[in-house]
Design a protein. Structure first.
Length: 269
């Protein structure tokens, strides 16, 4: 089946090698911030590429020297006060994670610049993650007064240990691609100018490999991640409850205005 990729407005597609499709996050906002359209499309695209019988491997990357600095806080403020928008955003958040995990084709992420929030989820849930050594990773949730959601609870403890996950998710600390590789958050870190080439080389190798063997290996390994599904579901619910709470509203407004929050002393340990 050949999906209709033309329906996507904030994702662009190209085929840099036989049986390899590259999805590029194409944002009109600074640092690749996701508008509502991109968030929805990124939650849906994995079903399309999974159904595309001309594709054996997938690359997910950002436009230029950035991956994605997370969601648009101006829209998140609307989500905080609109129940229907909040339920829609929560469903998309769950779909983004589970649709990546259920996609049978191997996924390679190429991460440059900032990777935060939903953008970070796509980067870390890829089967192979290639980051620039000077890339910037941060979960970002507690900084704006909400529970660490997106992919945080389903993948961070498995990749970096519970001790590291608690430190980076609770303290909302930034880490570089080089440090992310050292602690196991990403598969590898390379110089910035080599990210695209390395991601393509890995995706091409996977596309040329034994498809059933690779896909069932991925399926089996992802069972470790899916076991944390109930924990993830709870964290997403807590996250979206937080958006509508006083800390979430204060945190988002404060971040947009670049001013300290009343709870800042509690979130920096």
């Amino acid at each position: 089946m050949q999906p209709n990729y033309e329906r996507y407005k904030s994702l662009t597609f190209d085929r840099p090698a036989p049986r390899v499709i590259r999805i590029t996050l194409t944002s009109q906002l600074k640092l690749g911030v996701m508008d509502p359209t991109m968030h929805r499309e990124l939650s849906e695209v994995w079903r399309d590429v999974d159904a595309d019988d001309t594709v054996s491997a997938i690359i997910i990357t950002g436009q230029g020297k950035t991956f994605s600095a997370g969601g648009d806080l101006k829209h998140e403020l609307k989500v905080a006060v609109d129940y229907e928008l909040r339920m829609q955003a929560m469903k998309e958040t769950r779909d983004l994670v589970y649709n990546i995990l259920h996609c049978s084709k191997p996924i390679v992420s190429g991460i440059r610049g900032w990777a935060v929030g939903a953008g970070l989820a796509a980067g870390l849930l890829a089967d192979i993650s290639v980051a620039a050594k000077d890339a910037n990773f941060m979960d970002g949730h507690t900084k704006i007064g909400v529970t660490a959601g997106d992919c945080a609870m389903i993948i961070w403890p498995l990749l970096v240990s519970m001790a590291k996950a608690k430190y980076y998710l609770m303290c909302c600390e930034r880490l570089t691609g080089e440090e992310a590789e050292r602690i196991g958050l990403v598969s590898m870190a390379v110089p910035d100018e080599e990210v695209e080439t390395k991601a393509l080389a890995i995706a091409t190798s996977l596309a040329n490999g034994a498809p059933a063997a690779i896909r069932w290996t991925k399926y089996s390994l992802n069972s470790w991640i899916k076991n944390a599904g109930p924990i993830f579901d709870a964290s997403v619910a807590y996250e979206f409850i937080g958006f509508a709470g006083p800390e979430g509203l204060e945190g988002m407004n404060a971040f947009l205005e670049k001013r300290p929050t009343q709870f800042s002393a509690q979130t920096v340990i």
